[in-house]
Design a protein around this ligand. Structure first.
Ligand code: 5GP
Length: 118
C-alpha cells in the first residue's frame, strides 16, 4: 500500500493536529491513544513514512528500527507499567483492521489484561 501523507498520524507528526505526547526521540514519537482501551494506552510510531512492518523492515535504517523497539520499553518504564506488565500489539492491513495507515505499536497496560485471542 502506498503511504498516504494525509493520515492522522502523519498530521500529528507534522504538528497539524495535537497529541498528548509521552516520549520523543529523533526517530520515534509516542502519545496517548485518543480512545484508550485500557487505563494506559499509548501509541508508539516511527517518524518516517511507513505503513507496515514490511516497508519498515525493508527501508528503515537500523537506527530507526532500534529506536522504535527501545521507545516501547522506555514508554512502558516511564508510564510505570513495566513491572506489572503490559501488552504490545500492532495491527497491519485489512485482516487486522488497521485503522490508521501509518505503522504504530499499541502499548496496553494498567489493569489485568484478558488472554490474547485472535
Ligand atoms: P489501529 O486500529 O490502526 O491499530 O489503531 C489506531 C488507533 O489510533 C486507535 O486506537 C485510535 O483510537 C487511535 N487514533 C485515531 N485517531 C487518533 C488521533 O487523532 N489521535 C490519537 N491520539 N489517537 C488516534
Amino acid at each position: 500500500m502506498a503511504y498516504d501523507p494525509d493520515n492522522v498520524f502523519a498530521k500529528i507528526l507534522r504538528g497539524e493536529i495535537p497529541c498528548n505526547k509521552v516520549y520523543e526521540d529523533a526517530h520515534t514519537l509516542a502519545f496517548h491513544d485518543i480512545n484508550p482501551q485500557t487505563p494506559t494506552h499509548i501509541l508508539v510510531v516511527p517518524k518516517g513514512a511507513y505503513v507496515s512492518w514490511t516497508d519498515f523492515s525493508e527501508t528503515a535504517s537500523d537506527a530507526e528500527i532500534a529506536a522504535l523497539v527501545r521507545a516501547v520499553a522506555t514508554v512502558a518504564k516511564e508510564a510505570g507499567v513495566a513491572e506489572q506488565g503490559y501488552r504490545v500489539l500492532s495491527n497491519v492491513g485489512v485482516n487486522a483492521n488497521q485503522e490508521v495507515p501509518h505503522l504504530h505499536i499499541h502499548v496496553f497496560a494498567g489493569r489485568k489484561l484478558g488472554r490474547m485471542v485472535p
